[in-house]
Design a protein around this ligand. Structure first.
Ligand SMILES: O[C@H]1[C@H](O)[C@@H](O)[C@H](O)[C@@H](O)[C@H]1O
Length: 605
């Protein structure tokens, strides 16, 4: 490997942008830096937009189901198992297809995979909106999941491969913006169609066809990634596409750098299944550990539990009307979306490492605030004052407070309240067909005069702490932990391992997504809600150690150079990040001629 060299465009110091363009000889090319940073052709934004529609569909299809489910379960009389199946089948299918997507990506290319994903999204959306019964709904949800898996691993790779170095982080992070944007739009659509109690869900699910068709037709006219083309030996096409994307004809330097790295890899005689080659090749194996670790900790921070649980949190805060709860849940996903902009803005300014660490720190603090809120609510949980005769002698009749009653999934809390206190409270079995009311007694038939029914939560006056924790959590999670795992994974693998590396890490993301959401209620049952949130806090602290110790800074490096960051030990314990400002000197290139190598000259080789 040649010495890692860096150039810094002085003009981009102010906004924090950094350019490192390496020619095959290792020399910095001032003109190239100039062209790359000063005139980014619009075309690259068009490419990023059409690819990020895949992220939008990922967000929309995972987000829309919660609101749609409220209507579907009534119309199709779904029990809890079917509801669970319709939600988790999509995520499980996404895990499977993300894992196999790596093979498809390397074989067919990024563009074909994006086309396939948008065709799958279209077919799934149509099937869902015309589904005659729950069986077809399940098939539709699985199909959509297959599309999500492929899109989630292909889109960041494609955007990273077409982006100029100085914009790569920002453009890939736009995909995350589209994910949270999709979740937000889904919640607004859920709110709007919730008034249409008959068939409203068909529109909610069916609307995803619009961006899917748009992406499909867009990609019919958009080019393949030049890096993939070159890897497959289509040199002329690769050079033509690269010039088109860069908006200029002199792309030789970049072209040669990519080619040199492909030739180098060919010379080293790689053979056999890519995953085995990754595992046998130190730097790539270490990159894979870091990439999968990031994705695992993203999900272990409990984002999807918090998002999913937001409606209940809002109910605890006293929002009882279903419609109002739906709209307030839209406010939650809006917070997630708005704070993702902060990530897009910061990624090229502060870099991936600091952004992720700062985000995790805030996420951990907010999780402990959430936990404290739940702890105080539990300690001041209303007691049960009425004990109606329970003919079936269910477990519900044994509880003394709302806290223990609501932690039992078969019971709910029935109560009246005035401005200061809860009174006339009882713990009764929930109706098996619908958790909206009790199986029998005062809360079994909801009228305006009947008492309130709380399933899965307790009324509390500490809900404001929980609400604050929720908002702070999203504000800290969204810019860093929500975005960086996808961005960093799109850039840390060498070309030959990029599809497989991203497939594995996206697969890890989806697997932990299923694990965390499926286990949440059980964990809450064993540890109580505050215990569950303290557990997530502990996992976030572990994640911070991992990221502090093992995540190098990739900002400003050309994709072909990033592999060198993993030449040392997997974890460099924070103070040895090879791309720290302390280790790489960026030379002012006002005159675009001066260029320094690392300060000790020894480099990361
Ligand atoms: O990066 C995304 C994003 O933060 C979403 O809000 C979340 O639902 C996904 O699981 C995650 O992968």
């Amino acid at each position: 490997m040649g010495t890692l060299m860096a150039c810094k465009n002085q003009e981009s110091v102010d906004d924090g942008g950094r350019s490192l363009i390496r020619s095959p000889s290792g020399a910095c090319d001032g003109d190239l830096v100039d062209q790359a940073t000063s005139s980014t052709p619009v075309f690259v934004y068009v490419l990023a937009f059409f690819s990020a529609l895949g992220g939008f569909l990922f967000g929309y299809d995972t987000g829309v189901v919660s609101g749609a489910m409220l209507l579907i379960k009534k119309e199709m009389n779904l029990n809890a198992l079917w509801q669970e199946l319709l939600v988790s089948s999509t995520v499980a299918a996404a895990a499977l297809s993300a894992l196999t997507g790596g093979f498809l990506n390397g074989w067919l290319g990024r563009r074909i995979c994006i086309l396939v994903a948008s065709a799958i999204f279209t077919a799934g959306g149509l099937l869902l909106s015309f589904a005659p019964d729950k069986g077809v709904l399940l098939v539709g949800r699985i199909i959509v999941g297959l599309g999500i898996g492929i899109a989630s691993m292909t889109v960041p790779v494609y955007i990273a491969e077409v982006s100029p170095t100085h914009l790569r982080g920002q453009l890939v992070t736009i995909n995350s913006l589209f994910i949270t944007g999709g979740q937000f739009i889904a919640s607004v659509v859920d709110g709007a169609f919730s008034y249409l109690s008959h068939d409203g869900w068909r529109y909610m699910m069916g609307l995803s066809v619009v961006p899917a068709v748009l992406q499909f037709f867009g990609f019919l006219f958009l080019p393949e990634s030049p890096r993939w083309l070159l890897q497959k030996g289509f040199s002329q096409e690769a050079s033509r596409v690269l010039s088109r994307i860069r908006g200029r004809s002199d792309v030789d330097e970049e072209f040669e750098t990519i080619k040199a790295s492909i030739d180098e890899e060919k010379d080293s005689g790689g053979d056999g299944p890519v995953i085995l080659r990754i595992l046998n090749h130190g730097p790539t194996r270490r990159a894979l550990i870091v990439g999968c670790g990031l994705q695992m900790f993203q999900q272990l921070s409990g984002i999807n539990t918090v998002m999913y649980y937001s409606a209940t949190i809002l109910q605890m805060a006293g929002v009882r009307d279903d419609k109002q709860a739906i709209w307030l849940a839209a406010a939650t996903s809006a917070t997630n979306f708005v704070f993702t902009f902060v990530g897009v803005w910061l990624v090229e300014r502060v870099g991936r490492r600091k952004l992720t660490l700062g985000s995790l720190l805030g996420t951990g603090l907010s999780l402990s605030l959430l936990a404290v809120g739940f702890l105080l609510s539990a300690q001041h949980s209303p007691s049960i004052t009425l004990h109606p005769v329970d003919l079936y002698n269910s477990s519900c009749s044994h509880y003394g407070s709302c806290e223990s009653c609501m932690l039992d999934p078969s019971c709910g809390f029935c109560y009246r309240e005035n401005t200061t206190e809860v009174y006339d409270s009882s713990c009764v079995p929930v109706d098996e067909a619908s958790s909206d009311h009790a199986a029998w007694g005062r809360c079994s038939n909801q009228t305006d005069l009947s008492p309130f029914w709380a399933y899965n939560y307790c009324p509390t006056s500490y809900s404001w702490i929980i609400l604050m924790g929720l908002i702070l959590y999203l504000a800290f999670f969204a810019p860093g932990m929500g975005t960086m795992p996808w961005t960093v994974n799109s850039e840390i693998y060498p070309l030959w391992a990029r599809s497989t590396g991203n497939a594995c890490s996206a697969g890890v993301n989806w697997i932990f997504n299923v694990l965390v959401s499926l286990t949440f209620l059980h964990v809450a049952q064993f540890l109580t809600y505050y215990g569950a949130f303290f557990l997530y806090t502990a996992l976030v602290v572990l994640g911070m150690f991992f990221i502090w110790a093992c995540l190098p800074e990739t900002k400003g490096l050309q994709l072909e150079d990033i592999e060198q960051l993993f030449n040392g030990p997997t974890c460099f314990c924070g103070d040895m990040s090879p791309n720290d400002d302390r280790h790489v000197q960026y030379a002012p290139v006002n005159n675009y001629n001066s260029c320094h190598s690392d300060n000790d000259g020894s480099d990361v080789d």
